[in-house]
Design a binder for this molecule. Sequence first.
Ligand code: AMP
Length: 216
Amino acid sequence: MYLVLLGPPGAGKGTQAKKLAQNLGLPHISTGDILRQNVKAGTDLGKQAKDIMDKGLLVGDDLVAKMLDERFSNPDIKNGFILDGYPRTLAQASTLDEILNRKGKVIDLVIYLNTSDEVIIKRLGGRLVCSKCGANFHAVNMPPKTQGVCDNCGADLYQRSDDNEITVRKRLEVYKHEVASLIGYYNQVKKLRSLDADLDAGLVLGQIIELSTKKA
Ligand code: AMP
């Protein structure tokens, strides 16, 4: 199952993708996570991406495509993946098709996590991320058992530098500018399913699993 989770920042793509990946036994690939790992490691890619990410803008298509192509050369994707954060533009959607076609694969399903602005701002304002395993928590909705410490692996939690209100609004603006064409594209090829992602995360996960098992 080659599955894409589409939706605004704060829709819960990362949280859902991690759970779904465990449930389906598939790798979770997040372009945002790979970029953040590069920033942390101080690679050339990370150095080029950092300022752009902090401004809430999109990293250049060529850089992200190269990074994804490299990630897809890992044999762990032979039975599928859960892709989160890519594609973000129509051009990226065609790049994705091209990279996968070269490997004899196609996207099976795209799930759109429809979310209201109000819920997004609340979710991202309190989001805490584990510095080691990437697990997500929320200061109010899903607090860790011990403040500042990841329940899963015990590492420190941090707030992403792009989760401040100004950058969140910019990320939303960038997202809204591109999303309609992506939705149109995946609708046309009959791969798109939409869910109300304002609902409780557990309910949304159940619906995603139902859609992906129907499709498999
Ligand atoms: P995310 O973790 O998906 O919210 O992504 C965080 C940031 O990484 C975005 O605001 C962009 O700056 C960058 N990024 C992630 N995925 C992409 C992508 N597919 N294309 C361009 N930039 C991306």
